[in-house]
Design a protein around this ligand. Structure first.
Ligand code: ATP
Length: 361
């Protein structure tokens, strides 16, 4: 392992987890840098929470090693790992005041009273909950409870914050404001944070690095921009982005051309040794398709349904061969259902994948 490297905060080496005969995490290697905000994202059941709980020490590791700040922690108790975790359920003590909730962990760790007072004061100022200190959790809104839960993590001055879907019990508006609060907190504290969510907007907006998981494996890890612009496979391409990337069945036409639904699209990609007419998947993001005038585009589609959202319009279309296609249309003139449209795409915006779903470059 990387003892004493200093800039590595959390290192996972071939981490595996099985419940009985069922393996749910299949050998994950990951390095989280000091101060980095890393988001684990993926569909339900992909193993995000299990992975986070293994880092926290709340779940045994079946195989592999976990290191935090240069220290091997695989077999240490949660309290010995220098981490603090914030749960979706808040996990506050209902019979204690906010002040007592914040102080409780420190009391248990025999921190002296003056120090507890200082830390509680500092944390409640950061989270703007100073005026709620004498209330009980039952007298707080959901957002305020989550602030207290985060405050309880802050007072412990952990090396690493672990968040398990902390905003999923909040309503849509509150989620947005708490998301911004968490981003601000990260900027102010500068700690390493690892955050689990199935919400791709949270992943895109909060992360320095997104780790996309599926079935207990890492599909891709990278900056939000890398994940969005340079997806490694059709799973990542389809998972991140809303509305999702169009993934069209197509055939390789040679010399950069892709044949799809009777049209030919210049893909800008020329993968070596692709036999002519080999099946490929053409990935086109809705915002990269533009409605061309007349028939000058490379694809023709019929608009089945359209949604007007003010600044933009989503066109749900069908290609000649029945494949569906979503187009994000940004123009003052809206296009009604039933219309035939000619669509154009820049070669630099085409993403090509092989039959196994892996990216062709
Ligand atoms: N105690 C357990 N016993 C058996 N299987 C479990 C146990 N806990 C989790 N699993 C299984 O492990 C897999 C990963 O679960 P995990 O909770 O980590 O997924 P997740 O990605 O966090 O999903 P979600 O977004 O739904 O919370 C799932 O298939 C789940 O059914």
């Amino acid at each position: 392992m990387t003892n004493g490297m200093g800039n590595k905060s959390v290192v996972l080496q071939d981490v595996r987890k099985s419940y009985g005969n069922l393996q749910v995490v299949h050998g994950i290697d990951l390095t989280v840098e000091e101060g980095e905000f890393v988001v684990f994202v993926g569909p339900s059941g992909c193993g995000k929470s299990t992975l986070l709980r293994m880092i926290a020490g709340l779940e045994d590791v079946t195989d592999g090693e976990i290191e935090i700040k240069g220290r091997l922690v695989t077999d240490l108790d949660p309290s010995e790992r220098g981490i603090a975790m914030v749960f979706q359920s808040y996990a506050l003590y209902p019979h204690m005041s906010v002040r007592e909730n914040l102080a409780f962990g420190l009391k248990m760790a025999r921190t002296n009273a003056a120090e507890i007072e200082t830390r509680v004061k500092a944390a409640s100022a950061i989270l703007k909950i100073d005026r709620l200190l004498d209330r009980r959790p039952g007298q707080l809104s959901g957002g305020q409870r989550q602030r207290v839960a985060i405050g309880r993590a802050i007072v412990r001055k952990p090396d690493v914050f672990l968040f398990d879907e902390p905003l999923s019990n909040l309503d849509a508006e509150l989620r947005v404001s708490m998301r911004i609060e968490i981003a601000r907190l990260h900027r102010e504290l500068g700690n390493t944070m690892i955050y689990v969510t199935h919400d791709q907007t949270e992943a895109m907006t909060l992360a320095d690095k997104i780790v996309v998981l599926r079935d207990g494996r890492v599909e891709q890890a990278g900056t939000p921009r890398e994940i969005y612009e340079d997806p490694a496979n059709t799973f990542v391409a389809g998972f991140i982005g809303s509305p999702r990337m169009n993934l069209l069945n197509a055939r390789w036409g040679g010399r950069g051309l892709v044949e799809v639904a009777g049209g030919r699209v210049e893909s800008g990609v020329s993968p070596a040794d692709r036999p002519a007419a080999a099946a490929v998947t053409l990935g086109l993001r809705p915002e990269h398709l533009t409605v061309a005038s007349g028939r000058s585009g490379s694809l023709t589609a019929r608009v089945d349904f359209s949604e007007y959202l003010g600044g933009t319009q989503y066109l749900y279309c069908q290609l000649g061969d029945g494949q569906s296609l979503t187009v994000e249309h940004r123009s003052p003139t809206s296009i009604p259902a039933g219309e035939q449209v000619s669509l154009q795409v820049e070669p630099s915006n085409c993403r090509l994948f092989d039959e196994g779903g892996n990216r062709l470059r």
